[in-house]
Design a protein around this ligand. Structure first.
Ligand code: HIF
Length: 290
């Protein structure tokens, strides 16, 4: 009998306590590395976790977080993934410290950790992803194009298996982070606290007046009050579409409802296409930092 299922010869079998240690290492690094963007790598970690997962196609079962194929070109060079090297590089020291974790488990755990550490809901998580080789890279075009409207949002997220309510809930993650002209071409944050997870994205969508930004860049929207915030065309689509709007209103009004429904759908996103051994009811709930 050997503790942790390890043996002098056999492979190391990590337990929930081992994954909690990984969580803590990511949280510690987030707390230390504040000389980046608005003071946190959290938002870009969330974007990495989602872009790794959001390539899933339910018809063919291809893509998704299982594989971490964004380690390789061409996937790392897909336009939608511009800037995510910062997030991948941020996690490399953690990978070196815990070599037993797959990149695909680490990238999704990093996203769950970032949401919790930035004040969001708990994101229950389970391990089981295995890294795949170059040949498993997904074709370009599976991630959304921010210049589009409701039909495109439904095409892209419908392909992953989400309904209208879930699509809107997910979009609340744009409370975090910002757009960068040297990455997507768009510019600016969605709200005044881009390193705090909140329902501000929805409140501002509903309560603020948004107009076309006058500039040479791609079409985006700016708030009337300060002209410093932004919305993408796909963000504006949520208030223009009859199927989406009722959920925007619900989440703008009730932060608790948003946190609950966001957690459920983000968990689902990170798990698309993964053949887990661990049952859903045994997901790990990581303890957030004080
Ligand atoms: Fe984003 N998203 N996203 N996104 N996203 C950007 C940045 C972030 C879309 C476009 C963009 C989701 C859906 C969509 C985050 C998280 C999520 C940027 C700016 C663009 C253009 C990139 C840059 O220039 O750095 C579109 C079209 C989506 C479909 C509607 C998810 C729901 C909101 C799934 C999601 O979780 C995060 C976090 C960022 C901020 C990254 C940063 O570096 O700060």
């Amino acid at each position: 009998f050997y503790l942790n299922g390890s043996s002098p010869k056999g492979p190391f079998v990590p337990t929930q306590a081992d994954y909690q240690k990984v969580y803590e290492a990511v949280a510690q690094r987030l707390a230390n590395e504040t000389d980046y963007d608005d003071g946190s790598y959290g938002p870009v970690l969330v974007r990495l976790a989602w872009h790794a997962s959001g390539t899933y196609d339910k018809e063919t079962g291809t893509g998704g977080s299982n594989g971490a194929t964004m380690r390789f070109a061409p996937e790392s060079d897909h336009g939608a993934n511009a800037g995510l090297k910062a997030a991948r590089d941020f996690l490399e020291p953690i990978k070196a410290q815990f070599p037993w974790i797959s990149h695909s488990d680490l990238w999704t755990l990093g996203g769950a950790c970032a949401i919790q550490e930035l004040g969001g809901p708990t994101i229950p998580w389970r391990p089981g992803r295995q890294d795949k080789e170059l040949a498993a890279c997904t074709p370009d075009g599976r991630l959304p194009d921010a210049t589009q409207g409701p039909r495109h949002i439904r095409d892209i997220f419908g392909r992953m298996g989400f309904d209208d309510r879930e699509m809107v809930a997910l979009c609340g993650a744009h409370a975090l982070g910002r757009c960068h002209t040297d990455r997507s071409g768009f510019d600016g944050p969605w709200n005044f606290s881009p390193t705090v997870f909140s329902n501000e994205f929805f409140r501002l969508l509903v309560e603020e007046k948004w107009s076309h930004k006058k500039w040479n860049g791609p079409t985006q929207f700016t708030d009337k009050t300060t002209s410093t915030l932004m919305m993408l065309p796909t963000d504006m689509a949520l208030v223009k579409d009859k199927g989406f709007k009722p959920h925007v209103d619900r989440y703008a009004k009730d932060s608790d409802v948003f946190f609950k429904e966001f957690s459920d759908v983000f968990v689902k996103l990170l798990e698309l296409g993964v053949p887990f051994q661990v049952k859903p009811e045994d997901r790990f709930v990581f303890k957030a930092s004080e």
